[in-house]
Design a protein around this ligand. Structure first.
Ligand code: AMP
Ligand code: GLY
Length: 430
């Protein structure tokens, strides 16, 4: 088979890496890819946001006889890439535009959770700033304020004081810092607990959870500083019992998949449940319509089953016929970011030590934002390199991952030193 992967980050590198192990696959293309992806796939220079982006991808897939396309990020899915590919008789893995609405509109997602009795934070929807401000003056802090539409992961603001809440409402609804994504907002209860990412494969009727994972969203150690796309992850989450799997399956995942199907929004692909494990059980914070980044980089190295076989089973509505197997070990991913990320940072800085780090047994180097200048691998984004290690347990994988991290360098490199510590602490308390 010929496969086309769409995207250019560490997640897409991990997807290409896993697909490369498939016996079904001869050639992998990635649009646009990055330097690391270029070592295992053929990169195609079609970049998001470019003129007629989806049409160009369809033209490429048609003329190169691509057998299956896999989409990494949410934006093309929310734009209906799956519907466009299907119309052109091309096979593509991911939800249609109708199903992708669970990430594209947080208001839709919350109302959908309500009508399907899926446990989530109590919430109210507002269409105008004035009534939102009146509401926050009356409720207890903290509250969480969310822009309705896609806002590149920045549309959620946790407010511990009324002034912060009013500023957030004004920024989103009046200043429109997220454009039309802020035409409606949600104000919701702030939940307390451990956050866990549970991703699942689904064919629209059956859903199988992957190993659980924990993301590290803040830029600095001990969850300090602003939110980022994710600074590290590990899998599985140590507190994840079979009982918790069953509870999530029964109360959250199945009602989601079946509810969507009943509403004529059959969901095929990877669905990501962002969960808070509260004292009154798991509650759903949000849906994402694709693999998490960097969760994907920690999860896929533990997957034993052929990823392409799973994707085909989802698309052919026979996921129940497949047994998905996982390694009984752990994986941990550390993100090396450009100094200054998530705001402004320099690009084009030479990266050293990648070859040495790659030689470490059980360490995998995924590229997230890299490019090439004068034959040298250089930084080309905020999140630059993902170092993943696999081992028997989290302490061992943590040591291995940081041994590999210590070999890699570029000017002003920043990474968190505490990835894995929450798991180690949770295991100790247990
Ligand atoms: P989202 O984009 O919905 O995942 O939100 C981004 C982050 O905000 C989540 O990963 C949580 O850490 C946090 N968050 C969202 N909703 C809530 C909530 N109701 N209570 C506490 N934290 C939340
Ligand atoms: N790691 C969070 C996300 O992919 O949205």
């Amino acid at each position: 088979m010929k496969i086309l992967v769409i995207g250019s980050g560490g997640r897409e590198h991990a997807i290409c890496w896993k697909i490369k192990q498939s016996k079904l696959v001869d050639t992998i293309y990635c649009a646009p890819g990055n330097e690391g992806i270029g070592q295992i796939a053929e990169c195609v220079p079609i970049v998001p946001g470019s003129h007629e982006y989806i049409q160009r991808l369809i033209y490429f897939a048609t003329t190169n006889r691509i057998d299956l396309t896999v989409v990494g990020s949410e934006a093309p899915l929310a734009d209906g890439i799956v519907d466009h590919f299907r119309k052109a008789n091309l096979k593509i893995f991911g939800p249609s535009r109708d199903a992708a609405i669970v990430e594209a509109s947080k208001v839709f997602a919350k109302r959908f959770m309500s009508r399907n009795s899926i446990p989530t934070a109590r919430f109210q929807v507002f269409k105008d700033a004035q009534s939102a401000v009146e509401y926050v003056r009356d409720v207890q802090m903290p509250v969480v304020i969310k822009a309705d539409g896609l806002a590149a992961g920045k549309g959620v603001i946790i407010c511990s004081r009324i002034e912060e809440a009013i500023a957030a409402i004004n920024n989103i609804m009046v200043e429109r810092i997220f454009d039309e994504a802020g035409s409606q907002i949600i104000i919701e209860e702030c939940l307390i607990g451990e956050e866990v990412s549970v991703l699942a494969f689904t064919d629209g009727e059956h859903a199988v959870q992957m190993l659980s994972a924990q993301d590290h969203k803040r830029i600095f150690d001990h969850d300090k500083g602003p939110n980022t796309g994710g600074m590290g992850a590990y899998a599985p989450y140590p507190g994840f019992t079979p009982q918790l799997y069953d509870l999530i399956q029964k109360d959250i995942l199945e009602p989601t998949i079946w509810g969507l199907r009943e509403e004529g929004r059959r969901y095929v692909g990877v669905i990501y449940l962002g969960l808070m494990l509260t004292s009154s059980g798991p509650k759903l914070l949000e849906y994402n319509i694709r693999f998490g980044d960097p969760e994907c980089q920690a999860i896929l190295p533990l997957l034993e089953t052929d990823l392409v076989e799973i994707m085909l089973a989802c698309m052919e509505s026979r996921l129940n016929e497949l047994t998905i197997r996982w390694k009984h070990s752990s994986a941990l991913c550390v993100v090396l970011a450009s100094g200054g990320y998530p705001t402004s940072y320099k690009k084009n800085l030479p990266i050293t030590g990648l070859d040495e780090a790659e030689k470490i047994k059980d360490a995998i180097i995924f590229h997230a934002g890299t490019g090439i200048t004068d034959d040298k691998i250089v930084t080309a984004g905020g999140r630059v390199i993902n170092v993943v290690a696999c081992g028997d347990n989290i302490p061992q994988t943590k040591k291995l991952a940081y041994d590999a991290v210590s070999l890699i360098n570029f000017e002003a490199v920043h990474y968190r030193k505490d990835i894995g510590d929450r798991a180690i602490e949770a295991a100790r308390v247990k």
